[in-house]
Design a protein around this ligand. Structure first.
Ligand SMILES: *Cc1c(COP(=O)(O)O)cnc(C)c1O
Length: 411
């Protein structure tokens, strides 16, 4: 928190704007618009503040006309919120695997998936949801080329990528719509919230219409469409305005921690820091991640899966179902789990990479175009502490502890 958050919230109370409209909502949207377009000048791109990033994905799909029976191509290697709103709409996600450089959607596999869906169903998928996982830019130029060749709109899920750029352009501004999230764990937070980057003022008006229960202009409630209660409150937007003043500091801090982890691990055989593959891809390094080679030995790995996890990793205890078994059909390798447990014993939270959607039981029956990349990453990868509360000294100490867990060949 920057300190300004309290001032904006107090203003909201003093002026009576505690509803989902008011000066903070407008101010936050304008701050975001300037940030993503990198310009104070008016631009076609507009931003709508919403109650969550998930709501933003949902409304973007509605804008693209997605409905029952449609198919939507979605990156498999992602958090479920990129994909679930496709299901909310009665459409079917068609999952596309990643390429190994950025870990995001593989443009060649995307094209093959489009051709195969057209051959099999006789219809084009309605939209493409591409994700900037852990803040890493995707090969968005190639993805946009494929999308344009088949005239399919692109929704960018930049929930984890606020401030990441590809060739100097902000991620979330390449396609029709860009999704942002201000959940508690994201680059900045409004305690909970999201936003949708829209292509035009008309699109913004339409998104706001659906985000406020689709009310027609009559003195009484008149409904001709199904709407949602998805607008951000003026209170949350006040937090957002304060957070915007420290956004660049947060991004700089995440990048500094990335440099430290990269430096610390560069000489460790079998342990690889996930780094942007080229200069033109500027990650915000929202989460710093490492990959462990399957042959890398970690102390205690033979005991890694002996007891079931109690409560979910990362403070979601109490809102998860109790797990019934220690193993699932696809899980991180024993060395990764051993490292997670060792860090946990030191009070350091880490987490396996996101389990791809095509490996989730709930999506067992949807079409998937896979190449093994995201599954291998899920088996081998770990997310490390990366936020503003982690100091540079702590990151160095964490890296040292990780190195102590590695059993070197000559030991
Ligand atoms: C967090 C996240 C979302 C959803 O955002 P919420 O604000 O939590 O609803 C969507 N996609 C990705 C990739 C995310 O990490």
């Amino acid at each position: 928190m920057s300190g300004n958050e309290q001032r904006y919230i107090k203003e909201a109370f003093d002026e009576g704007w505690v509803v989902p409209l008011g000066p903070n909502v407008n101010g936050f949207e304008e701050d975001l618009r300037c940030f993503v377009t990198q310009s104070e000048a008016p631009s076609d791109k507009q931003v709508v503040a919403l109650s969550s990033g998930t709501a933003a994905v949902h409304l973007a799909l509605i804008q693209e006309g997605v409905g029952p029976g449609d198919e939507v191509l979605c990156q498999s290697f992602t958090f479920c919120a990129s994909c679930h709103p496709i299901t909310y709409l009665g459409a079917t996600p068609v999952l596309v695997d990643s390429e190994p450089d950025t870990w995001n959607m593989d443009p060649e596999l995307l094209e093959r998936a489009i051709q195969d869906r057209i051959a099999k169903t006789g219809r084009k998928p309605k939209a493409i949801v591409v994700v900037y996982l852990y803040g890493m830019p995707a090969k968005i130029k190639e993805i946009m080329e494929v999308a344009q060749r088949y005239d399919i709109p692109v929704i960018e899920d930049a929930a984890e990528a606020l401030g990441s750029c590809y060739r100097g352009q902000v991620c979330g501004t390449f396609g029709d719509y860009g999704v942002l999230s201000f959940n508690g764990n994201k680059m900045i937070t409004t305690s909970g919230g999201g936003a949708l980057i829209c292509p035009s003022p008309e699109a913004k008006r339409e998104v706001m219409f659906y985000a406020t229960q689709a009310r027609e202009a009559y003195p009484y409630y008149q409904h001709e469409k199904i709407g949602y209660n998805y607008r951000m409150s003026n209170i949350c937007a006040g937090i957002g305005r304060g957070q915007m003043t420290i956004l660049n500091d947060h991004i700089a801090h995440h990048r500094r921690l990335a440099e430290i982890y990269e430096e610390e691990f560069k000489d460790v055989d079998g342990l690889t820091f996930h780094k942007a593959p080229s200069e033109e891809m500027e990650s915000n390094y929202w989460l710093n991640t490492i990959v462990l080679h399957p042959d890398l030995k970690i102390r205690g790995q033979e005991k890694a899966y002996q007891s079931a996890v109690k409560g979910a990793v990362g403070g979601a205890a109490g809102v998860t179902h109790e797990s019934e078994s220690i193993h699932t059909g696809s899980e991180p390798n024993a060395n990764v789990e051993a490292l997670r447990l060792a860090l946990d014993a030191l009070n350091v939270e880490s987490r396996p990479l996101w389990k791809p959607m095509h490996l989730q039981p709930v999506y067992a029956d949807v079409p998937a175009y896979v190449n093994g990349v995201s599954e291998a990453l899920f088996h081998r990868g770990l997310c490390l502490p990366s936020g503003p509360m982690v100091s540079e000294e702590q990151a160095r100490w964490i890296a040292q502890q990780i190195k102590h867990c590695v059993i070197r060949q000559e030991d």
